[in-house]
Design a protein around this ligand. Structure first.
Ligand code: HEC
Length: 361
């Protein structure tokens, strides 16, 4: 018996050494954050590396630092308010996570990756648009050097682009930081399983978290807003209005004409690249793996019952002189009168044009 205990003891010590060694190796090598995102998920996530120091103002005006967040875990992501590609989906996931963890003592931190434009006011308006009642969500105004520090510290990318749809290219990961300020997990938000693991790992860190609100309680209408569909589809210059869609003919990017029936609507949600509607600057994100069968049915029913839009979707299309994307000429379209009116897909292109109109003649 004694011998058995000794053997078990030795095994135990060597196992902890192996764990320690592997953690050490992780901290020593200059790994990219994506490498962490592929680490196997455990129910009790290991310490990966310390979170970086920072000191930024939140949308409420309060100063938030690494120190002020010690004591409770937080989930961080990286977004900017004028981003039109990946951020609506990232923010919708942040909001879903908040709703799945009601009353849990923790924070949700969104670092802005656009210090030039995301002021406290812009972030406050963004928070209000998405989840106004959430007090635990901190949207942080960064500075250019401060952003470089946290990008290095969290091992993420955030780089200004030189044109196109979005002004900043950045990582789409979520990071879990524990109550001691140590990073415990990096999650690829595009992978459903990874994202579920994030929620489980938060629950492990905080102990007794109440169970999530039953998914069935969400109607098609709630989903339409929670999943950020409304954030694009209620802006006709960004995405086609969905009211009165049933049975309409649509012209696709490929010049083919299709009839919008139920199968088409489902396909648009699960595999939007399969049939892209002509004339929109944005990519619609795929929701495959993010919806249960019932949720998808509820959404499709909700869309089918939406009243037709007042503005006809058959509006003229102009070319953005900066990025050459097609832009729909609606009353809300971004435009500048430069002799003849010019139309833009984003504030970014509009600003670039304003800086030097002659370069785009
Ligand atoms: C980031 C912006 C964005 C978000 C978020 C988004 N969409 Fe879209 N959606 C688009 C764009 C742009 C198009 C047109 C281009 C295309 O077909 O990909 C589109 C096309 C569609 C179509 C086809 C419409 C037509 O006129 O033929 C449907 C249906 C649709 N989306 C439903 C949804 C639903 C439901 C959600 C939420 C679960 C959603 N979308 C979220 C941007 C978005």
């Amino acid at each position: 018996m004694k011998q058995l205990l000794v053997v078990l003891g030795v095994l135990g010590i060597s196992a902890s050494f192996i764990v320690l060694l592997s953690v050490k190796q992780i901290t020593r090598q200059p790994l990219e954050v994506e490498d962490f995102a592929h680490l196997p998920r455990s129910e009790s996530p290991a310490a990966l590396f310390p979170s970086p120091d920072f000191s930024f103002k939140a949308q409420t005006g309060e100063l938030v630092t690494k120190g002020s967040l010690i004591g409770q875990p937080y989930v961080a992501n990286f977004i900017f308010t004028t981003c039109r590609t990946v951020c609506p989906l990232l923010t919708s996931k942040m909001v879903r996570l908040q709703r799945n963890l009601p009353g849990v003592p923790m924070h949700f931190v969104s670092f802005s990756v656009d210090p030039e434009h995301d002021t406290v006011e812009a972030l406050a308006a963004y928070a209000k648009q998405w989840n106004a009642d959430e007090k635990r969500w901190l949207l942080l105004e960064t500075t250019t050097p401060g952003l470089a520090e946290i990008a290095r510290g969290f091992k993420i990318t955030a780089e200004r682009t030189d044109g196109g749809l979005d002004a900043v290219m950045h990582s789409a990961v979520f990071v879990l930081v524990d109550q001691y300020g140590v990073v415990r997990g990096v999650y690829n938000s595009e992978e459903t399983e990874d994202f579920k693991a994030l929620e489980r790992n938060v629950r492990t860190l905080v102990g007794n978290a109440p169970p999530p609100v039953a998914a069935k309680a969400r109607s098609g209408e709630v989903l339409f807003h929670e999943l950020s569909c409304a954030n694009c589809h209620e802006h006709p210059e960004l995405a086609p209005p969905l009211g009165g869609l049933s049975g309409q003919r649509r012209e696709l990017e490929t010049r083919l004409l299709v009839t919008a029936d139920e199968a088409y609507v489902k396909e648009s949600i699960l595999a939007p690249v399969a049939k892209r509607v002509a004339g929109y600057p944005l990519m619609m994100p795929s929701y495959a793996g993010h919806l249960s069968t019932e949720e998808l049915d509820d959404l499709v029913k909700y869309i089918a019952a939406l009243p037709p839009p007042i503005v006809s979707p058959d509006v003229a299309v102009e070319i953005d002189p900066v990025c050459h994307m097609k832009v729909r000429v609606t009353p809300n379209a971004l435009t500048v009168d430069a002799g003849t009116p010019k139309y833009f897909c984003s504030e970014w292109c509009k600003a670039r044009f304003a800086e030097n109109p002659d370069a785009y003649r």
